[in-house]
Design a protein around this ligand. Structure first.
Ligand code: C2E
Ligand code: MG
Ligand code: MG
Ligand code: MG
Length: 285
């Protein structure tokens, strides 16, 4: 359309799209100062064992408390930070905060088993040469075992990944860090490809969980999840499910053999103190 309008294409301008572009531009230029000013914060969402509902750890999810726009979710600014490269220092900050937080949980709940922390990695961080050393330094400085850390990488980031891209992940996995394949099932990856990847956890995308809303769930959905779980287990991968919103979903996913779960049914992402409460309730029955 715009093409056939030739020189008049500006008549097609969409004021809403313009406003969005202006906001995007504003947010992009505000990002570096926001990091310096401490406008980012992290919410933690518990991961629970499906068997008994006990807390296994938490995923760190970054937010931006913008002085004009209020709290912005990661979908609003992570792509911008990736575009400008700010994701590297921002990601390092998230990792450092989360590792420190996990260490504090462990100190307070030494009896309820080591709580683990999951941190999302963007593809840009994967290709950044400092990733392995930064991670080693942060774990050492904060005093957290590598085994307590899980780095989540999306399936789409690893599609067609060559050895250079996988090398840092292999190094981290050798150190004892778990690598999770996030949003699994959305990226059309070759299942046989899984053997090549240094991952130990599959995080089944929320779209599968949505198919379990009714009880009993759609038989085809059940078969697909059952197949993924059995393949994962046969490759020694644990399965985490995202987006569990109801007890019926939790029950069906437990029966299907999923190991851990995350979702509003258990808890929304929240401040770190929430995890103390949840783990405490757990420990005291
Ligand atoms: P993700 O890693 O797949 O995280 C799960 C998302 O699902 C989170 O959205 C979480 O709040 C949401 N969620 C959890 N339980 C439920 C549920 O029961 N129902 C529904 N409808 N949603 C649920 P959030 O916090 O908006 O994060 C979106 C994405 O942003 C994340 O997806 C992750 O890819 C990215 N992200 C978040 N924090 C970071 C970060 O520190 N670094 C990077 N690179 N990416 C991040
Ligand atoms: Mg994630
Ligand atoms: Mg996910
Ligand atoms: Mg997701």
């Amino acid at each position: 359309r715009a093409k056939s309008a030739g020189g008049n294409r500006f008549e097609l301008a969409d004021p809403e799209a313009d406003a969005r572009a202006i906001t995007r531009h504003g947010l992009t230029t505000a990002l570096p100062a926001a990091l310096d000013r401490g406008e980012f914060f992290i919410e933690y969402q518990p991961l629970v064992h499906l068997g008994d509902g006990s807390v296994h750890g938490a995923e760190a999810l970054v937010r931006w408390l913008h002085p004009q726009h209020g709290v912005l979710g990661p979908d609003r600014f992570i792509p911008l930070a990736e575009h400008t490269g700010l994701i590297v220092p921002l990601g390092r900050w998230v990792l450092e905060q989360s590792v420190r937080q996990a260490r504090q949980w462990q100190e307070r709940h030494a009896d309820s088993g080591p709580l683990r922390i999951n941190v999302n990695l963007s593809p840009c961080q994967l290709t950044h040469p400092g990733l392995v050393q930064d991670t080693v330094d942060i774990l050492e400085r904060e005093g957290l075992d590598a085994e307590a850390l899980c780095l989540e990488v999306t399936e789409s980031a690893l599609i067609g990944a060559d050895d250079d891209l996988l090398k840092p992940l292999r190094r981290l996995a050798e150190m004892g860090v778990d690598i999770a394949l996030d949003d699994f099932g959305t990226g059309y990856s070759n299942l046989a490809n899984l053997r090549r990847l240094p991952v130990s956890i599959l995080k089944l995308d929320r779209s599968f969980t949505q198919g379990m809303q009714q009880f009993p769930a759609d038989p085809v959905d059940l078969k697909i999840v059952e197949g993924i779980v059995s393949l994962a287990h046969s490759l020694d991968l644990a399965v985490t499910v995202e987006g569990v919103e109801t007890g019926a979903q939790a029950e069906q996913l437990r029966i299907l053999g999923c190991d851990t779960a995350q979702g509003w049914y258990y808890a929304r992402p929240g401040p770190p103190e929430r995890l103390h409460e949840l783990a405490l309730v757990d420990a005291t029955g």
